[in-house]
Design a protein around this ligand. Structure first.
Ligand SMILES: *Cc1c(COP(=O)(O)O)cnc(C)c1O
Length: 394
């Protein structure tokens, strides 16, 4: 069963089409965090690291996330934020190709991924270059100067999908390391990490995995590399024996070496409870349900709201789990929609973005959302000073 509305604590009267940015609150997470505060942190204090299993959380929950992205047990670990995990992945990848100097990415990538690579390059000061090409030029740009290809599968603005299997093959044929960012994939579309063969993957858990604001990120390392990969962020909890307190860092065996410092125990508890919803969900059914919602949305918007221009690929096989429309006054229009209880978001310069999450959105929600969009556009409700001032988070 895909639709699980009752699993979430959704405000009445709100149509939430922003689960691609921040998933809603699962009732299990609310209960689990309350209980862990009381019974674990409150009652056990420091003993909780052993007695409540806090120290094992990052790899235990990593396995649960791994099941959703086709990663074998023991190949995924949780921690930090996605920006940090991108840094770790790129740093480890270029160490595997020391004779090469190019990191390749595309202009559809999320800026923090590019910024983290730029920061790493500056810190290393060894002549590395970040080459950024248009998304449809990536295949051609992969040559034997490229140490690592770093791409996000789903474009955060348009929802355009890269072909993970083909691009990974292409990278490998050129001798490059492949890194996939699954920020808009995990929990949104089926992912087969093991089948794709990439060396590294990263992603976050507050979007389609509903782990809550600030929920920790994950990193995957292909199992055959996990004992040799070199962690650039050599934190004590990624070392072989943290409680020996050695002065010299020795990496832990396997994926544990990608841990850095103290795990965010409360956030991980929320995430672990949030992940329970997936036990009953088949990813290919979820994908079909998502496509059906997106197609309904596109059909109705195009038929009834001529002011909006589709900015996502028309072919559903080329789209993730979001639909974007371009409109000159998109920011104001989205603010007007939010005021009416239809929550999407805005991405500069002109993208109105709507996420489709079949766990808690159904066809009636989609139709009701389009009714609001039609009124806001037809009556120019957005053209009001209260909607025109940009807030800090858009
Ligand atoms: C959401 C997102 C991020 C966010 O990174 P944080 O460190 O968690 O803030 C990074 N990269 C991509 C591709 C994203 O979609």
């Amino acid at each position: 069963m895909v639709l699980q509305k009752d699993f979430f604590d959704l405000p009445t009267g709100m149509i939430y089409l922003d689960g691609n940015s921040l998933g809603p609150l699962p009732k299990t997470a609310k209960a689990r965090v309350a209980a862990m505060m009381q019974d674990e942190w409150g009652a056990q204090l420091i003993k909780g690291w052993n007695s409540a299993g806090w120290m094992a959380q990052p790899s235990r929950i990593g396995d649960a996330v791994g099941r959703l992205i086709g990663a074998p047990t023991g190949s995924v670990v949780m921690g930090d934020t996605l920006s940090i995990k991108v840094y770790q992945a790129v740093a480890a990848a270029i160490r595997m190709r020391p004779e090469r100097r190019v990191i390749l990415s595309d202009s559809g990538n999320f800026p923090t991924d590019l910024y983290m690579a730029q920061g790493l390059i500056r810190a290393l000061d060894q002549g590395y270059e970040l080459r950024v090409v248009a998304p449809d030029e990536v295949t051609e740009a992969i040559d034997d100067s490229v140490a690592a290809v770093m791409l996000t599968e789903v474009d955060y603005r348009t929802g355009r999908l890269h072909n993970m299997g083909d691009l990974t093959k292409r990278a490998h044929a050129a001798g490059a390391i492949m890194i996939w960012d699954l920020a808009h994939s995990a929990g949104a579309i089926p992912v087969d990490l093991a089948g794709c063969g990439c060396e590294l993957a990263v992603g976050c858990t507050y979007k389609y995995l509903n782990g809550g604001p600030g929920a920790p990120a994950f990193i995957y390392v292909r199992p055959d590399l996990a004992d040799t990969i070199e962690p650039a962020l050599a934190g004590w909890l990624g070392c072989a024996a943290p409680f020996d307190f050695d002065l010299e860092y020795r990496p832990a065996p396997g994926i544990e070496r990608m841990r850095v410092g103290t795990p965010p125990v409360i956030q991980l508890a929320a995430l672990e409870a949030a992940l329970e919803v997936w036990e009953a969900v088949d990813m290919s059914e979820l994908r079909s349900a998502s496509i059906a919602l997106q197609e309904t949305f596109i059909h109705h918007v195009e038929a009834r709201v001529p002011q909006l221009a589709l900015a996502s690929p028309r072919d559903s096989a080329q789209r993730g789990s979001q639909v974007s429309f371009a409109f000159e006054n998109g920011y104001a229009a989205m603010q007007a929609l939010i005021a009416r209880g239809v929550i999407g978001d805005f991405r500069a310069p002109d993208i109105m973005r709507f996420g489709f999450t079949p766990l808690y959105i159904d066809e009636a929600d989609v139709i009701a959302a389009v009714d609001h969009i039609e009124v806001v556009m037809r009556d120019r409700i957005w053209d009001d000073p209260q909607y025109l001032t940009r807030q800090r988070v858009t």
